[in-house]
Design a protein. Structure first.
Length: 155
């Protein structure tokens, strides 16, 4: 035997009455209340980026956004060229620690072919430290190693 609460029984009776005579229905159909389910929103690349920039600022880094592409000025008379396509998102500079470049990806995000090529080129040509992060935790782990390495060099 199925147990039904008084509220569920009254909702069922009301819906049956409305279904029997749709013309006599004097308002919206009464719906059964749903169970509340709280689901976390998907984390976007912008969320991760904001968290990483905050962590960098707390560590004393100046995080500069590197915009890629060509942009038109507001008056439409000039075209401003950003960095080369595939360049990491941020240049991170510090008074004591060596600077590095940071590429932010959403969780599960993949580097494009241009990004892979440009990162490899920057590492080989300029010997720059470059980190690709999918979470703020990954950045914290990188900073722990990076700052320890530069502290041991005596810079």
């Amino acid at each position: 035997m199925v147990r039904v609460s008084e509220m569920q029984l009254s909702l069922l009776k009301e819906n049956l009455r409305r279904a029997a005579d749709p013309a006599a229905a004097d308002g919206p159909r009464v719906r059964r209340p749903r169970a509340f389910r709280l689901t976390a929103p998907a984390i976007s690349e912008n969320d991760i980026e904001a968290g990483c920039v905050t962590i960098l600022q707390l560590h004393g880094y100046w995080a500069v956004k590197l915009h890629a592409g060509v942009f038109k000025s507001l008056d439409g008379k000039r075209h401003v060229h950003g960095v080369k396509k595939g360049t990491p998102d941020y240049a991170c500079l510090h008074e004591k620690h060596r600077g590095f470049l940071m590429e932010v990806k959403r969780p599960g995000g993949e580097l494009s072919l241009e990004q892979q090529t440009e990162i490899r080129l920057l590492k080989l040509r300029y010997r720059l430290p470059i980190v690709v992060v999918e979470s703020a935790d990954e950045l914290c782990k990188f900073l722990t190693q990076h700052e320890r390495f530069t502290d041991s060099e005596g810079q």
